[in-house]
Every structure is written in structure tokens, then in C-alpha cells.
Design a binder for this molecule. Structure first.
Ligand code: DGP
Length: 146
């Protein structure tokens, strides 16, 4: 897409610190990292969100995220990583990107972005689970991207 900054990085028109490139994916340093070494993995093809990603690209994209998360401790001395995808909400670039953020105990991200809540009762949690299962059943006939 012509006005997409990540398509421009994929095309080589915009500079980025690449850490991985293959025929389906590119990974580069996030310009505004949570911690230094924070990587974004993107499909070369423009797809806005995870729901839009064709089924055949899910494994390639997440395989690269897995590979990078495995490499970060040896590369940077961190202890682990956080993997995340913003879809539409809090997504500032509408080209799917998987965040791979280096993590170290005591790095200050205890709790990370999310305030936590509790279900009022077992019935309430069962209701939520039932609504999600029903939606998955409805979607089963036409899986997204397949
Ligand atoms: P999100 O908020 O999940 O959409 O994350 C988008 C990230 O993309 C954000 O952490 C900053 C990063 N970013 C935005 N523009 C550029 C850019 O031009 N180059 C690089 N390397 N990263 C960018």
C-alpha cells in the first residue's frame, strides 16, 4: 500500500534497522522501543490486522517472532520477552506487526499495559466463555483467511 510506512520499510524505501528478512516476512527494530532491542515482525504483504492475515501467513509470521524471541537473551542479555499484537485499538500502524519486546525481571513492566479485573462469579465467566465458543462455532464454517 502506497501510504503505509511498514510497506515502505518492506520495499526498502524507508530506512529501518532490519534484523530478519525472508520472502514472506521482515523484522526490524521498533523506532519507539519499550526497551532497546524491541522488534516488529511484519508480513511483506499488506494486511491490517491478525484477523485479516491469510491463514498461510500465520505460521511464517509467528515462526519469525518465535525465532527472534529465542535469540534475544543471547543477543541482549535479557531473560525473556513479551509477544503482542495490537489489532485496530491501540494500533498506530494498520499493517499487522508482532511486537517482540525483550524482558528482564525488574525491568519495571510488572503488570505491563493492562489493569486486571475479576469476574463477579463463576456464572459470569461461564457466560463470557459460552459467548466466545458460540462465535467460534459460527465462524468455524468460514475460518478467517483460509
Ligand atoms: P502499535 O502501537 O502496536 O501500532 O505499534 C506501532 C509501532 O511502530 C510503534 O511502537 C512505533 C513503531 N513505528 C512507527 N513508525 C515507525 C517507523 O517509521 N519505523 C520504525 N522502525 N518503527 C515505527
Amino acid at each position: 500500500m502506497s501510504d503505509c510506512i511498514f510497506c515502505s520499510i518492506v520495499a526498502g524505501s524507508t530506512a529501518a534497522d532490519l534484523v530478519w528478512s525472508d520472502h514472506q516476512t521482515v523484522a526490524f527494530l521498533d523506532a519507539r522501543p519499550v526497551f532497546k532491542g524491541h522488534v516488529l515482525v511484519v508480513p511483506r504483504q499488506h494486511h491490517a490486522t491478525l484477523a485479516d492475515l491469510p491463514g498461510g501467513l500465520v505460521a511464517p509470521v509467528f515462526a519469525v517472532a518465535r525465532r527472534i524471541s529465542a535469540a534475544l537473551p543471547g543477543a541482549l542479555g535479557c531473560q525473556g520477552s513479551f509477544i503482542g499484537v495490537n489489532n485496530t485499538v491501540s494500533q498506530s500502524v494498520p499493517h499487522l506487526h508482532v511486537h517482540v519486546v525483550p524482558r528482564t525481571r525488574g525491568d519495571g513492566l510488572r503488570g505491563f499495559f493492562w489493569p486486571r479485573t475479576r469476574y463477579a462469579s463463576a456464572a459470569e465467566s461461564a457466560d463470557y466463555a459460552g459467548r466466545i465458543r458460540a462465535a467460534l462455532d459460527r465462524a468455524a464454517a468460514t475460518p478467517p483467511g483460509d
